[in-house]
Design a protein around this ligand. Sequence first.
Ligand code: SAM
Ligand code: SF4
Ligand code: SF4
Length: 334
Amino acid sequence: MIKDKLKRPLHDLRISVTDRCNFRCQYCMPAEIFGPDFKFLTQDEILSFEEIERLSRIFSKLGVKKLRITGGEPLMRKNVASLITMLNQIEGIEDIGLTTNGVLLQKQSQPLYDAGLRRLNISLDALDNQIFQKMNGRGVKSEIVLKGIETALKTGFSIKVNMVVQKGVNDSQIIPMAKHFKEMGVTLRFIEFMDVGNTNGWNWDQVVTKKEIYDSLSKHFKLEPVDSNYYGEVAKRYKYENSETEIGFITSVSESFCSTCTRARISANGNFYTCLFSSKGHDLKTIVRSNHDDEQILKIISDIWEKRDDRYSDERVIGSLSSTKKIEMSYIGG
Ligand code: SAM
Ligand code: SF4
Ligand code: SF4
């Protein structure tokens, strides 16, 4: 097992399969920037499924046990279920998850399940349509995502719902969302609004911290902490009293968790990033398209990981950030 400079193993790989999306969430792909003239990656610029499979196989030899398929919107990549089938056959991979905005789930839920996928994270930031339609930048109603969630539950998926909370935008939805998903018995996770990329106009004033969210939930529900399941678990988990239903918090801003961060990322165009907030990736696409054999690629990846000392969120907390230009979320996938 390889470790980085801060003794963190490589355990998870997040793979962005497309930079395209059918939403324009203001906090991720603001419509003013990702407009009709925006140049998305071409077919040739993105990794093929065979290239993703090969890289995942190599990463698994270095200790990766969990894969997450993300984007952009991963369900916009044609036939993504066939990628799941390929990844499922890799020895050493114990768990595959996919993160989606849920819009295409009504159609794709069954093929994904048939391909062997069992876990979905579905993003939904509000139940209220005025709020949700504005946030997703495409006027899509929350019912569409709720139907996707319903379909996926019926198909047999294990589901977590992710809600990014932004002050003055959707914080009024914290309690309605909690009530709704408590009733459904689905885990809801609150994500602190992060300063990913360079285009989402982030500032501290728009962050609703875990403490603030917890305090407002406490006025309505009794919550009990749940111990973390494994080293490097990102969410701080709680369950409702007298219930098995959980809620979680992703506290990247207020309580960073870099010291146990075991996640690597590959962007849609095949760059390898050792941190969500990296300014520079390592070009694996050129390497897989050259005549390097698997052993040589493994050595390149392991050398990069062993040099890794990223701890961006820790540095944000202590106010010592130096990096300025960062990779956009839609490339790297969150
Ligand atoms: N399109 C899919 C979706 O929205 O679920 C997958 C990709 S999206 C980039 C992955 C996750 O990142 C989503 O849950 C999204 O809400 C979250 N995200 C995007 N921008 C964010 C930001 N600035 N702060 C916190 N979370 C963010
Ligand atoms: Fe698309 Fe997901 Fe980004 Fe929203 S958060 S714009 S759904 S990639
Ligand atoms: Fe990991 Fe970077 Fe996030 Fe810290 S800031 S938890 S190192 S991805």
